[in-house]
Design a protein around this ligand. Structure first.
Ligand SMILES: [Fe+2]
Length: 161
């Protein structure tokens, strides 16, 4: 059953995800500000690197569908998506996990858009097929990211036993 029935809903979801992926890409900037173990750093690098790719994928579809690429925070998002000030590394990963799950659900919602809405934005059937393929990849990646966060969030507890 389609979740999204209106063009403007899909448009604003794409714009928000573009913004969130761009913010996620900057996760690496926290490396120096939070005490992290080697394994945490590697996890953060993966999340940051994949978000960079995801941002480019979303940007590609914004351009193809003639949607404005947001230059300022889209409506409904906080000015700074991430603030890990004063958090430990496991707490930081718990907080990132929320956004990985949010991203996964957003891409799932996009997959459930009514076909007439997607047809309006992407008239070329080849584009539409590629769009769905990209969404499937994004959903798989976000699932992986959420489990990476889980692992890093639990890492601390393991060390204590
Ligand atoms: Fe992610």
């Amino acid at each position: 059953m389609p979740v999204i029935k209106e063009k403007k809903v899909l448009v604003s979801l794409l714009q928000r995800m573009y913004w969130i992926e761009s913010e996620m890409e900057q996760l690496g900037t926290w490396e120096a500000r939070i005490e992290m173990m080697e394994e945490n750093l590697e996890a953060l690098e993966i999340l940051s690197h994949d978000s960079d790719l995801h941002g480019s994928i979303v940007e590609k579809w914004l351009i193809k569908a003639n949607i404005e690429i947001p230059k300022t925070v889209p409506k409904g998002l906080p000015t700074h998506v991430f603030n890990f000030e004063g958090l430990s590394a496991p707490e930081m990963f718990i907080s990132i996990r929320k956004y990985e799950i949010l991203a996964m659900n957003a891409y799932k919602d996009m997959m459930n858009t009514e076909s007439s809405v997607i047809e309006e934005l992407l008239p070329d059937p080849i584009d539409r097929k590629e769009f769905i393929n990209d969404l499937q990849k994004l959903i798989r990646d976000e699932e992986k990211h959420a489990s990476i966060c889980n692992k890093q969030a639990l890492g601390f507890a393991k060390v204590m036993y």
